[in-house]
Write a protein that binds this ligand. Structure first.
Ligand SMILES: C[S@@+](CC[C@H](N)C(=O)[O-])C[C@H]1O[C@@H](n2cnc3c(N)ncnc32)[C@H](O)[C@@H]1O
Length: 268
């Protein structure tokens, strides 16, 4: 593991202890997770074998396994992998949910398995500078026609850019920094990187077709402003309504706090 990934491991391992509790309390995250599932379901078939990258505590892995899919949940962090293993013991999903501690730039360590779906949720892939370090491993792991859905933080976030009007110039445009942005989590500091839709397309290359993209949190606030959803419900509902109308249309399908992108593998 590189030294920067060791720090990422430490940060997320500390966070794993209270990750699920924080997640459950956050109404925006709850809505977003449900929305991501609605995006995935038209592509996911019950017999599909799913590979999940940066699976965290396994909330999504557990959900997809309970839908009848087999899921290999992978994550870099010791603490997150422990949480997934605990969930595997708690729920009787024997054979349907498995876990492997793995960085997503080392997917070649997965042996003798082929997948129909690769899933990554909520910005785990923003911990790597170049997505082609991940996508280079996919063809060897995928059946022809397999889908890939990634939920990633893009470079353009209107919500953050409005901070410019309030005098927060640095924060407003931080996502555009070429060499990444220092994140602070649980007392640890590590670099994060924002990926535009064209960066993502380039990383996938010609053997993957981009079939759907949509923005998440375009005008409406991101999860760390859950206070606004609770205290200003009318404003929040109005902004969510606008998001809903525009999220699949250019250019809002590539802007937001996060974007959801789905590709289909065409074969070599
Ligand atoms: C914000 S959490 C998201 C977790 C989960 N996908 C969810 O939706 O709750 C980011 C996750 O990315 C993982 N991660 C960061 N860098 C990684 C890497 N190089 N390989 C695999 N996982 C990584 C972290 O350990 C953490 O669990």
């Amino acid at each position: 593991m590189t030294s920067s990934f060791q720090i990422v491991n430490q940060a997320f391992s500390k966070q794993s202890a209270h990750y699920d509790a924080d997640d459950l309390q956050n109404s925006i995250l709850k809505e977003w997770r449900a929305h991501v599932y609605n995006h995935v379901h038209p592509f996911l078939k019950p017999e599909h074998h799913m590979l999940e990258l940066n699976a965290g505590t396994g909330l999504d892995a557990l959900y997809f396994a309970s839908c009848g899919n087999t899921v290999l949940a992978t994550d870099l962090s010791d603490g997150m992998v422990r949480e997934i293993s605990r969930k595997m013991q708690q729920h009787s999903l024997t054979g349907r949910l498995n876990v492997q501690q793995l960085s997503y730039d080392a997917l070649n360590q997965i042996k003798d398995k082929k997948f129909d779906y690769v899933f990554s949720n909520f910005g785990g892939l923003n911990c790597i500078d170049d997505l082609s370090k991940v996508t280079m491993h996919l063809p060897a792991l995928l059946n022809k026609g397999a889908f890939v859905t990634w939920v990633i933080m893009p470079k353009v976030s209107i919500w953050e850019m409005t901070g410019f009007l309030k005098g927060h110039g640095r924060k407003a445009f931080r996502r555009w920094k070429k060499n990444g942005v220092m994140a602070h989590l649980e007392g640890e500091y590590f670099k994060t990187y924002y990926h535009s839709l064209s960066d993502i397309r380039n990383a996938f290359g010609a053997s993957f077709r981009c079939i759907q993209t949509e923005g998440l949190g375009i005008l409406s606030p991101p999860p760390h402003r859950d206070d606004l959803a609770r205290n200003r419900p009318l404003m929040y509902a109005a902004l969510r309504k606008i998001d809903k109308q525009v999220r699949s249309s250019f250019p809002f399908n590539r802007w937001g706090d996060h974007i959801i992108v789905t590709f289909q593998y065409q074969g070599q």
